[in-house]
Design a protein around this ligand. Structure first.
Ligand SMILES: C[S@@+](CC[C@H](N)C(=O)[O-])C[C@H]1O[C@@H](n2cnc3c(N)ncnc32)[C@H](O)[C@@H]1O
Length: 252
């Protein structure tokens, strides 16, 4: 099984860090507000954050009253940043691949993940492992790249444009072909996995989850107008997809 650790590549890490430092980015303007709006009340809860990266979310969960937060990530560079900039007494950062979470000998009230599941080859297997780390009435809230966003391989512009460069509509390529996508983005051969929406839903249901909510990334018209280069394309295609799930056997 491939376990790419691209965030320990110096050029990639620097680019990601620069991107997060700019307050106008997809994470802070789109991903985080939607993900936070889907969370349950965190006061007194134990949280597992899979692919926690630089720890911004872990810190938010601690600030929202979580009793404890365990952030795991495969990248030591990301974890070093998290430890230096987003630590708190009730946050623990652990170097661990998400494929290994079944080795964690405890269960959580909330399992969450932001934009990390694009990198896992066996999505259905991971969903079963997540289910096994959850207490009976726990929630599972996560975001990942939308399958419409990963239906692209860099061979064409993502958009068909007018002569003046305006995005007319988004292009899809090989949406129905699932599997590894390699594109030249920051580094040659950046890898992520493309799956269809049906595959995501069936993996969740097959692992024993009830899907309570699903959202697709969006942003206000005002933000689109203010930052047309950054967000202009979001009117044509959602960059991210979000799910909130409970366990099937404890459904209300
Ligand atoms: C796009 S970043 C998101 C980081 C953070 N969740 C955020 O929202 O800012 C993806 C993260 O997933 C981590 N990652 C990639 N593959 C992983 C794996 N197999 N196991 C654990 N973490 C992984 C990367 O190191 C990186 O920190």
């Amino acid at each position: 099984m491939s376990r790419q650790n691209i965030y320990d590549n110096e050029a990639f890490f620097q680019r990601f860090q620069d991107n997060r430092r700019n307050p106008v980015n997809f994470n802070d303007c789109i991903e985080t507000p939607i993900l936070l709006s889907m969370l349950p009340d965190l006061r007194g809860k134990s949280v597992l954050d899979i692919g926690c990266g630089m720890g911004q979310h872990a810190r938010q969960y601690a600030d929202m009253g979580a009793e404890s937060v365990l952030g795991i990530d495969i990248s030591r560079k990301m974890l070093a940043y998290a430890q230096a900039h987003n630590s708190a007494a009730n946050i623990t950062y652990l170097p661990m691949a998400m494929e290994d979470i079944d080795a964690i000998d405890r269960r959580f009230d909330l399992v969450t993940s932001s934009l990390a599941f694009d990198y896992v080859e066996d999505f259905a297997g991971l969903m079963r492992k997540v289910h096994g780390r959850m207490r009976e009435d726990a929630k599972f809230v996560f975001s990942m790249s939308h399958p419409i966003a990963t239906a692209w391989d860099g061979a064409y512009d993502r958009y068909t444009r007018t002569e003046t460069g305006e995005r007319l509509y988004a292009n899809l390529r090989n949406y129905c072909v699932e599997g590894l996508r390699k594109v030249d983005w920051v580094v040659d051969g950046y890898e992520c996995y493309h799956r269809t929406v049906a595959t995501l839903i069936n993996a969740l249901v097959g692992a024993g989850f009830v899907i309570e909510a699903c959202r697709e990334a969006t942003i206000s018209d005002e933000m689109r107008k203010r930052h047309p280069e950054m967000f202009g394309g979001t009117v044509h295609r959602p960059e991210f997809i979000f799910f909130r799930c409970g366990k099937w056997e404890t459904r209300a």
